[in-house]
Design a protein around this ligand. Structure first.
Ligand code: 5GP
Length: 213
């Protein structure tokens, strides 16, 4: 029996402006054979350059509440006045196909996922400094100053919950950060606790060999 590689559910969180979206895109570019990215539903408006079904499924509040009612979401949360949630079907399908599924979600959602699926790997991305974060948020020019302030305020709250995560990744040089995330996930696959089935089958085969079978 060969080691059976099972898909891992991975949550990537980080302050708004930490660069987690870019990290995900790069991971997919380089390793699209192993990863699947979940596309969330949201009630926030698309930013310039965002397309429905690519970055998000953009929904009205009514449509989103209908999805909640029909239990189509694994988790959902409110973030700076909008709903965000993870559609269930895609995640289940991809995990069953052996892909590592990455969810880019905020901390409340991350904790709900960990509660439902304790095997989830939680990664938190941070910029090298708070100052750098502010500059990135202002520099990207996609939000009004009042929204940037709400997002910075939210970062203060999220910073309190980082101890719930398994790994902290500093996004200073993008390329290095992407490789670091990839190797953390690769290492996770070889953890003893994730390979119990394989270990047990090896034990069985060894026992039968030792009996001369
Ligand atoms: P943004 O508006 O910048 O795209 O996302 C705002 C926040 O919502 C980010 O922290 C992002 O990770 C989070 N987010 C995106 N999709 C989901 C989701 O499906 N569920 C939860 N709980 N948070 C999400």
């Amino acid at each position: 029996m060969a080691q059976n590689r099972k898909g891992i559910l991975i949550v990537l969180s980080g302050f708004s402006g930490s660069g987690k979206g870019t990290i995900m895109k790069e991971l997919m570019k380089k390793h699209s054979d192993v990863y699947a990215l979940s596309i969330s539903a949201t009630t926030r408006a698309p930013r310039v350059g965002e397309t429905d079904g690519i970055e998000y499924f953009f929904k009205t509040k009514e449509q989103f509440e209908e999805m909640i009612k029909n239990e189509e979401l694994i988790e959902y949360a409110q973030y700076v006045e909008h709903y965000y949630g993870t559609p269930k079907a895609y995640v289940t399908e991809q995990l069953e196909a052996g892909k590592d599924v990455i969810l880019e979600i905020e901390i409340q959602g991350a904790l709900k996922i960990k509660e439902k699926f304790p095997d989830t790997l939680l990664l938190f991305v941070m910029p090298p400094s708070a100052n750098e974060l502010k500059e990135r948020l202002v520099g990207r020019g996609t939000e009004k100053m009042s929204v940037i302030e709400s997002r910075l305020h939210r970062a203060v709250e999220e910073a309190e919950g980082i101890e719930n995560y398994d790994y902290l990744v500093i996004n200073d040089k993008l390329e290095e950060c992407v490789e670091q995330v990839h190797s953390i996930i690769e290492n996770e696959h070889v953890k003893v606790s994730r390979n119990i089935e394989f270990i047990n089958s090896m034990r069985k085969e060894l026992q039968s060999f030792s009996k001369g079978e």
